[in-house]
Design a protein around this ligand. Structure first.
Ligand SMILES: Cc1ncc(COP(=O)(O)O)c(C=O)c1O
Length: 417
């Protein structure tokens, strides 16, 4: 018990420290802006200089989707139309049960709470226990988020991390982990195994199993090693479990599975999105759960920033979490599309790596991904190049299963003739 408490203190020390350093950082920031404004003021006027100097977007990578505009134009020129398998956006309609829950409270005028309704948090606890065997959670340890992308992009900052902290992300990764590190100004390392870290003590480790883009699933042993490493070094583990409900054979387990956590959630966060499993990408609906103290800290900060999930969306989420049938129907749609597409890709010379879960086929023709992108575009198919996801993704393309049955059949026909 005493050891447990010490560990929690260590994990939160950074955010408290960060708070103490905050004023100092703000002062440094202001004086840098003032200095540059004074230096350049005469030339262009100080107001525009300040805007130029603090442009946060310049710290971030170029938006990668712009780089495939040419391939998209070529694919769209196909006589039978574009098959867009680049973005993993749902195409099947939101289940009527969820829509009814949304409209049932459409007349409510008041502000929602950041913490969400107790019904929503109870439904989330019941759903993750029923669907994924995640036990030992209470509704107090659930916090709704406005889609999980915003949480991921903000998490290092929300946890008070800064320049001296290291954030670890997977080698090939969903780009928003890097964005989160850049926005908080932390150091960042891509690593799939903890040995790459040497003696370093990271502040935060992002995991993503099943992975976007590779569909790789991390087993219980791997996850246990990460948890034990994180506990030795005082790191927080944020496990992005967006695709946990979309497995095609291999078992995918949560970081909060008792076989991984031994029932101790200290320092562990599991991030769950309803975008893919319940087709709720347009609603912006997710939640984070795990270590109660970390959840309370996130809640406190998010309350001040007004990061509230709209009330009708909370009602829709509650209904979606209480019902497994619509999820099963959707999973089976994707399973069928995956079978058709995988067969066609293999028939036309692709090798599919990993992809044992999730919504993507991580595919290669053993050449640079941009060459493969052009090859697909000639056939009217748009994919996402692997170099979007990290330097080791350059020989793969990510092919999404998120298209209608008709478009998937069209892609398969083009690949096999
Ligand atoms: C790995 C991963 N995490 C998080 C997200 C964000 O999902 P959302 O913001 O819709 O909850 C996505 C979306 O594609 C994703 O692939």
């Amino acid at each position: 018990m005493e050891r447990l408490h010490q560990r929690q203190c260590r994990l939160l020390r950074r955010s408290r420290l960060a708070r103490r350093c905050h004023q100092g950082r703000q002062d440094r920031f202001r004086s840098a802006v003032d200095r540059s404004a004074a230096a350049d003021g005469e030339r262009v006027g100080s107001a525009s200089v300040i805007r130029d100097r603090v442009r946060v977007s310049s710290l971030l990578p170029d938006f990668p989707w712009d780089t495939i505009a040419g391939a998209k134009a070529q694919a769209a020129a196909h006589p039978d139309g574009l098959v867009d398998l680049s973005v993993g956006t749902p195409v099947d309609p939101v289940d009527p049960l969820i829509r009814a829950a949304l409209t049932s409270v459409a007349e409510v005028p008041g502000y929602p709470t950041t913490y969400g309704t107790s019904e929503l948090r109870e439904a989330a606890v019941a759903a993750v226990a029923r669907r994924f065997g995640m036990t030992g959670l209470g509704p107090d340890a659930v916090l709704p988020v406005i889609g999980t992308k915003e949480l991921i992009a903000g998490l290092p900052r929300l946890l008070g991390l800064g320049a001296s902290d290291l954030v670890v992300i997977p080698e090939v990764a969903y780009p928003t982990y890097e964005v989160g590190a850049l926005l908080a100004g932390t150091r960042m390392l891509r690593a799939d195994g903890m040995t790459r870290l040497g003696p370093e003590s990271p502040a935060l480790i992002f995991l993503n199993s099943p992975s976007n883009p590779t569909g790789r699933v991390l087993g219980v042993d791997h996850l246990r090693k990460v948890v034990s490493f994180a506990r030795e070094r005082g790191a927080i583990v944020a496990s992005d479990e967006c695709y946990l409900g979309l497995t095609w054979g291999a078992e995918a387990v949560s970081i909060l599975d008792p076989r991984v956590s031994d029932g101790d959630h200290t320092g562990l966060l599991a991030i769950h999105s309803l975008s893919k499993t319940s087709n709720l990408a347009s609603y912006r609906a997710g939640f984070v759960t795990g270590d109660g103290e970390l959840i309370r800290e996130l809640l406190e900060v998010r309350k001040h920033a007004g990061m509230m999930v709209p009330f009708p969306i909370q009602a829709a989420m509650t209904a979606a979490l209480a019902d497994d049938e619509h999820e099963t129907v959707q999973r089976e749609r994707y399973r069928a599309r995956r079978t058709v597409l995988r067969k066609a890709l293999e028939h036309s010379g692709f090798r599919i790596d990993h992809s044992e879960a999730g919504l993507y086929l991580w595919s290669t023709r053993g050449e640079n991904c941009r060459t493969t992108l052009d090859w697909l575009a000639e056939r009217g198919i748009l994919a996402a190049p692997g170099d979007f996801y990290g330097p080791t993704g350059t020989e793969h393309v990510r092919i999404a299963l998120t298209a209608t049955d008709e478009r998937i059949a069209a892609a398969a026909a083009r690949l096999t003739t």
